[in-house]
Design a protein around this ligand. Structure first.
Ligand SMILES: [Fe+2]
Length: 365
């Protein structure tokens, strides 16, 4: 099971043979595995370490100090996600053992924020944040985003689409960068089937993962304590393996990982596949893991439906009905426990009260 590696400098080259080499790697990687390794990605490894140090300091603050940045009113889309908040849809309700911090690396545009206020809120920062916390997360997000745009151009070429097809849909989208810290298990929790991140597929277009690091029980960066923990992905089912196969998703040294999300699967009618993935915990207590992810989204006003090239009867059946990406975002955020279910009641026409008032003679119009 060889997950291909794509060289971003191939995709940006003027040489058609190099572009095709990169596109071919993406075609196989996204089509078979839903994931590609990326080299020459432009992410600064030293800055990433510095950021993880800053994030570790923030996580170590007492819960009361972090609480003002855990914002249920904006569905936790900026700032701190407390532990035991988010759940995976397939996880039987088991909350993930993690705390996270979300920031948008680019300013939101005002008209989109008016339409979807909780999806495009302003960033939230503690005034006394550890040095390099804000700058580190924002610059990481921007470099991952640039790498992602290169990959999306390659993905479009790989499918015979105009080069900017996916990148155009991303313009002014609700892209968000997240720092994650997976929390230590106690000795009675290890080896009981508890995972750090329950199996799921990402609901956005493309996710970029710059690679993480373990913290030992003294909270010092260290190599993995065993070979049990880390990112595993499930491959596409085959007649021999109807459940697919669980494959380790550890990138080769110096590479980052890019994963297909549900939006890219829908737009390509399943030609590219959203990767089911799970973050397993180590078999020893007291260890943590830090990681980061940048989630690229199509703009909230994009209709999620297979592009015409992929609109076969099967694809239409599988991905119907067409749905606005912003609505899809809200539905998913409810499903994973970040938005209240009342958010769904507020979709579309909601002026029944006004009609009742009018019928009762309470309004003039
Ligand atoms: Fe994920």
């Amino acid at each position: 099971m060889n997950i291909p590696t794509v060289d971003l400098t191939d995709l940006s080259s003027k040489d058609p043979a190099r572009v095709e080499r990169g596109a071919a790697a993406i075609r196989e990687a996204f089509g078979v595995f839903g994931l590609v390794y990326v080299k020459n990605h432009g992410v600064d490894a030293q800055a990433l370490e510095r950021f993880y140090d800053a994030f570790r300091t923030f996580v170590s603050w007492p819960a009361e100090a972090k609480r003002p940045y855990g914002r249920a009113d904006i569905w936790y889309q900026r700032g701190w996600t407390p532990p035991n908040t988010e759940v995976a849809v397939a996880g039987n309700g088991q909350p993930d053992f993690k705390e996270c911090y979300f920031a948008a690396p680019y300013p939101s545009d005002e008209s989109s924020a008016l339409e979807f206020p909780q999806i495009y809120p302003e960033n939230v920062w503690p005034p006394d944040a550890p040095p390099f916390f804000q700058e580190g997360l924002l610059s990481l997000g921007r470099s991952l985003h640039e790498a992602g745009l290169g990959l999306l151009r390659g993905a479009a070429v790989a499918l015979g689409l105009p080069e900017t097809s996916f990148a155009d849909l991303c313009q002014r989208g609700p892209h968000v960068t997240r720092a994650l810290q997976y929390l230590p298990l106690t000795s009675s929790q290890v080896n009981t089937g508890i995972v750090w991140g329950e199996e799921h597929t990402d609901f956005n277009l493309l996710t970029l993962l710059p690679g993480g690091r373990f913290l030992d029980p003294q909270e010092q960066p260290a190599r993995s304590p065993d070979d049990k923990s880390g990112l595993y992905l499930r491959t596409r089912p085959t007649p021999e393996d109807p459940k697919g196969r669980m494959v380790r998703g550890t990138a080769p040294a110096g590479c980052i990982v890019a994963q297909v999300g549900q939006q890219l699967e829908i737009l390509t009618g399943g030609t590219f596949l959203a990767t089911p993935h799970v973050i397993t915990a180590p078999g020893v207590p007291g260890w943590q893991r830090q990681s980061a992810a940048h989630f690229m989204h199509v703009h909230t006003n994009t209709v999620l439906f297979p592009l015409s090239k992929f609109r076969t009867p099967d694809a239409v059946r599988n991905y119907a009905p067409p749905v606005l990406a912003g609505t899809y975002d809200i539905k998913t955020l409810v499903d994973i426990g970040l938005a209240p279910s009342s958010a769904l009641d507020q979709l579309g026409y909601r002026h029944y009260d006004r009609l009742n008032q009018m019928r009762a003679g309470g309004t003039k119009s």
